[in-house]
Write a protein that binds this ligand. Structure first.
Ligand code: HEM
Ligand SMILES: CC(C)=CCC/C(C)=C/CC/C(C)=C/COP(=O)(O)OP(=O)(O)O
Length: 305
C-alpha cells in the first residue's frame, strides 16, 4: 500500500508522522520545565492530579506544535532542516494537521481545567494562542525580534505548572519565566548562525538574515549577561538553595564564556571549522536549561532555603 502511494507521490502517513507533528523533542524540555514548576510550588499536589496536569500541558504543547507546522508548511518545505517534516513531505494533509491541532488544544485545555484549575487552563490556552498565532502567524514572518517576543510562549510552561498547584502567580514563577525568556535568544541565535542560509532561502526575517552575523553574535553575548542575574535571583527565593545556586553559578559562567567566544569569533574562522563553537554553545544551551530545572527539583527534594 505504502509503496503504491509513494509511487503516486502521496506517501501514506504513519503513526510516527502524527507524533512528529507534535514536535516531541522540543516539547520534552518544555514539559519538563512545567513539571518542575508544578512540583516545586509550595502547595502539595496529589500525584494523580500532578501526572494528569503534566500530561495535559504536554498535549497542549504538542497541539501548538501541530498548529505551527500547519501554518509554517511553506517555510518548512524550503528549509533543509525541516523539509522532511510530515506536511512538506506530503505524508500529512495540512487540513488534517490543523484539525488535530485544534482538537488537541480543546481537549488539553478542558482536561487541565477539570484536573487542576481554570486559571491554569486559561494560561495554557493563552500559551497555545501565543505560540500558534502571535509567534507563528504574526511575528515570525514580520520582525527579527520574532523569537525574543515569541519566546514568551516557551517561557510560560513552568508558570502553568506552578498555577496548577497554587492557582496563581508568584515571584518564583515569574523568575522561572525570565530564565527561559532570556535564554531563548542565545539558544536560537546560536543555531541560526550555522543555519542562516535556510532562513534566508525561506524569507524568514531572523536576526542573522536582517542584521548579519556580527550583530547576532553581539546579541547572543548580551543576552547571556542579562540572563545570569535572573538565574541567580531565582536561587535566592524560597525555591532556591545551595545546590541550585552552585549549579546556576557554574552554568551561567559557562554560558557567558560561550557567548563571549561566539562574539569574538572571526567569521572566516567559523566557516573554516564548520561553526564548531556555535554548535557547542547551542548544545550547551540545551544542557543549561535542563540542568537549571533539574537543580531546582533536586533542591526541592533536598530541602530549599
Ligand atoms: C521562540 C522560541 C524558540 C525557537 C525559535 C527555537 C528554535 C529551535 C530550533 C530551530 C531548533 C532546532 C532543532 C529542531 O528543529 O528540532 C531547536 C531545538 C531545540 N529546542 Fe528550541 N526554540 C525555541 C524555544 C525553545 C524552548 C522554550 C525550549 C524548551 C524549553 C526549546 C527546546 C529545544 C530543544 C530540546 C531542542 C533540541 C531538539 C532536538 O533534540 O532536536 N526551545 N529550537
Ligand atoms: C505548553 C505550550 C503550549 C508550549 C509551547 C511551547 C513553545 C512555544 C515552545 C517553543 C518551541 C519551538 C520549537 C519554537 C521553534 O520555533 P519555530 O516553530 O519557528 O521552529 P521550526 O523552524 O523548527 O518550526
Amino acid at each position: 500500500m505504502t509503496e503504491i502511494h509513494a509511487y503516486e507521490g502521496a506517501p501514506e502517513a504513519e503513526f510516527r508522522d502524527y507524533v512528529a507533528l507534535l514536535k516531541p523533542r522540543v516539547m520534552s524540555l518544555v514539559v519538563f520545565t512545567a513539571f518542575v514548576g508544578l512540583l516545586v510550588a509550595p502547595v502539595p499536589v496529589h500525584p494523580f492530579i500532578a501526572v494528569c496536569s503534566v500530561l495535559f500541558i504536554a498535549l497542549g504543547g504538542g497541539a501548538s506544535g501541530a498548529l505551527n507546522m500547519w501554518y509554517d508548511a511553506d517555510i518548512d518545505a524550503v528549509m533543509k532542516r525541516t523539509q522532511s517534516r510530515p506536511i512538506p513531505a506530503g505524508r500529512v494533509e495540512p487540513g488534517e494537521a490543523l484539525a488535530i491541532g485544534i482538537a488537541l488544544s480543546i481537549i488539553a485545555v478542558t482536561m487541565l481545567g477539570l484536573a487542576a484549575n481554570w486559571f491554569a487552563a486559561a494560561f495554557l490556552a493563552f500559551t497555545i494562542f501565543f505560540y500558534a498565532v502571535v509567534y507563528t502567524i504574526w511575528l515570525k514572518r514580520w520582525t527579527p525580534q520574532n523569537i525574543v517576543i515569541g519566546g514568551a510562549a516557551g517561557a510560560f510552561p513552568p508558570m502553568i505548572g506552578w498555577a496548577c498547584a497554587t492557582g496563581g502567580v508568584s515571584i518564583e514563577s515569574l523568575l522561572m519565566f525570565a530564565l527561559i525568556f532570556f535564554w531563548t535568544p542565545p539558544h536560537f541565535w546560536a543555531l541560526a548562525l550555522f543555519m542562516k542560509e535556510d532562513y534566508h532561502k525561506a524569507g524568514v526575517p531572523m536576526l542573522t538574515v536582517t542584521h548579519g552575523r556580527a550583530v547576532t553574535r553581539r546579541h547572543i553575548f548580551a543576552y547571556t549577561l542579562v540572563l545570569a542575574p535572573f538565574a541567580i535571583w531565582l536561587g535566592l527565593t524560597p525555591v532556591g538553595g545551595p545546590i541550585y545556586l552552585a549549579t546556576a553559578v557554574v552554568l551561567n559562567a559557562l554560558f557567558i564564556a560561550g557567548g563571549w567566544r561566539i562574539m569574538r569569533r572571526d567569521e572566516g574562522r567559523a566557516v573554516a571549522d564548520g561553526y564548531k563553537v556555535e554548535k557547542q554553545v547551542f548544545r550547551l544551551s540545551l544542557y543549561y536549561l535542563f540542568l537549571h530545572f533539574l537543580a531546582l527539583l533536586v533542591q526541592h527534594w533536598a530541602g530549599a532555603w
